[in-house]
Design a protein around this ligand. Sequence first.
Ligand code: ATP
Ligand code: MG
Length: 443
Amino acid sequence: MDSSRLQPRVIPRQDHGISRKQISPNALRVLYRLHEAGFAAYLVGGAVRDLLVGGAPKDFDVATDATPDQVRSLFRNCRLIGRRFRLAHVVYGPEIIEVATFRAGEDDGSGAREIENGVLVRDNVYGTIEDDAVRRDFTANALYYAISDFSVRDFVGGYEDVQARSLRLIGDPITRYREDPVRMLRAARLSAKLGFAMDTATAEPIAALASLLEGASSARLFDESLKLFMAGHAVRSFEVLEDQGLLTVLLPDLARALCSDPSGQCRDMVRQALAMTDARVAEEKPVTPAFLFAALLWPAYAAELHRLLMSGADLAVAEQRAADRVTLRQTDRLAIPKRFTVPMHEIWWLQSRFPLRQRKRVMRLLHHPRFRAAYDFLELRAHAVPQLMEELAWWREAQSIEADALAERLQPKTGRGSDSEGDSGAPSGRRRKPRRRSAPRNP
Ligand code: ATP
Ligand code: MG
């Protein structure tokens, strides 16, 4: 898009409703310092968009005509980062204000901008504010709040789109998705997060281009998946991903399992996991990717485990192998770090221990460091499979009883000493048949 002739629409202070009180004091500090030094200084991107729709921005980004080195010379607490995007970070304790120099969308031939096979790999050509606006992804993300007069500057029709709750890519959607396929996931995420409808031209090419995401960096896709599922709008994200044909590339095993799920149990369980995650985020309780991915990949794990057991594998071996296979396939697409896959496996493996009620096993499981997560996971499964309710109730009660009293109740009523083969009572004292360790039901 030729940005040289773009005239901004200027929305004056009294018309847009953004007040400085809503802006982080540190971001204001950065804006004023740049402005006083004679540079252009704007709040830009997600923060302006979120303020316009009444949301609370999670970070404040600044755009300026000062080069990164000029920015550094203005702030003691500044470090320069990035190769593809050279950026200044102004650091105030835990808060970082990102300051980016206006960048151009056109190649100026200097080599600072590199495109390989239509994909942007390096992008350090500085430009005007107009250039900077048109190289952004969505019109709603290309609004500039000027510290000089507190107006909002709009070069691409973003203000109107925000008012209309519409998500629209800047420029030709197919070209923009080819340049950076992750924009398809950003479209899904922002539409879910903001409740914006995707403009037709923005939504239409996604299904056909979704497979381009297979070439995206798995680390970047993992980061995006956290923003999709751990930011309080997981249920909506999931719906949009499915509608747009993006789930198949992001979580191929899950998408397959959902296709062959006549009872709808897998879907119920996954939706419940996402809804629980959203509720926890809303209550500002911690959420962990280990639990979330345990749920998203459980249908694949359970199916793989079933296959291995049918072919005669021993349960422990089958569990290990099923977890490894599912994880290997998924991490090829999303680089889920080991610190999450290790506890994810433990959550899975503990599921087959819940049916075992011998005293020693019960006490060992209750003291397992991953017991609580595994129990919460059992609850999730029980939501979709009502037959698990009895198991869930048993373990709920087991946790509510003092350890000594529980051990006493689980003491074999007949026989001498060892509980390894004997009867094991329910925490309520009921006598029950010994149960063999069995594979978890799906889901
Ligand atoms: P969030 O609320 O999740 O932070 P955001 O829009 O601020 O959403 P960021 O990843 O913080 O997302 O990006 C900041 C800004 O950078 C965006 O608003 C957009 O203008 C621009 N941007 C980010 N990613 C891209 C991209 N892939 N292509 C073009 N512009 C992008
Ligand atoms: Mg942001």
